[in-house]
Design a protein around this ligand. Sequence first.
Ligand SMILES: Cc1ncc(COP(=O)(O)O)c(C=O)c1O
Length: 367
Amino acid sequence: MIIPQCSPVSGYQARKEEIDRAIAQVLNSGWYILGNEVDSFEQEFAAWNNVCHCISCGSGTDALELILRACGIGEGELVITVANTAVATVAAIERAGALPVFVDIDPETFTMCPVALEKLLVQNNKKIKAVIAVHLFGHPATINEISIITEKYGKILIEDCAQAHGAAVDEKKVGTFGIAAGFSFYPTKNLGALGDGGAVITGSLELAEKMRAIRQYGWEQRYISSCAGINSRLDEIQAAILRVKLRYLDEDNHKRIRLAQIYDSELSSLSSIKLPKKYSGSNHVYHQYVILAENRDRLRKFLNAENIGTAVHYPIPIHKQPAYLQYAAELPVTEEVNGKLLSLPIFPELDESAVRLVGGAIKKFYS
Ligand SMILES: Cc1ncc(COP(=O)(O)O)c(C=O)c1O
């Protein structure tokens, strides 16, 4: 038996009839971009997150770019984020014309370290306009602390929720702590389309209106642009698929949580690995189940030989990647954990017995 690390096709097959019907309806409707399905999805996703506005777009990267542009952040301005994230977070900053400044992470949660953040902000660099907190692997960054700090120093707080649909702190969903939040619907995400897709959520009507304009050539009304824009629209087919999948998102997140509990109990006796931590009050939705493993690369090879898929998120932190060497930063924790992170198989359709099998193989490797 092969156990894949993730399986977007299983997500499709689990709801095949409903998804096929939804796609057929769109195909027959004759309307393919920004129509009724997109409108309905935006309303439903906003309601699911308990916010007023959702603006869908072409990808999670675009969602972050839309937020930055709508906030007026651009040319030569600085945005703080982490180097332990998808390159997309940084690509969005650059696309808006701004520059990233990297801050170190907390060794327990692998997300932005509030103490390191405050150390950067206390230097009073006026060019720093915003902070993008990334809720990585499905676990909320320590967002209450981060939002107190951004408020204290007068910086805009933006959330990158690409990996954290439904994660929460004290029952308040991530994406509702800052001025706006970007989501990705890349097929492997907790809420995944069958193609590219993204969205912004925000409580601000003013920002929402700006982003609706920017996502479509800056149009204030058809063919009349009121500002510089881009083309980043969600199509009707993806919106229809997302509407089906959104109905099952709570159930699917609970399945991920259940699988994570099984990993926890299978692996807790091993001293060579550290299990993912949750801080008190946080709801982790396990986009990934990521362990810190001694001899990570050897373990990975061993699991591969046992037909168990794994992934490394991410093999090189962004400040060490060829395209980003100019943003050098001292990030000891990011660099220390980087060589040990290993993402084990997790997706809602994964069998509990498969998780036990993975646990057994890891124990065999360290025995
Ligand atoms: C943390 C993070 N931010 C942003 C993105 C960008 O999303 P997309 O691939 O939809 O552009 C991703 C997706 O991989 C991500 O994981």
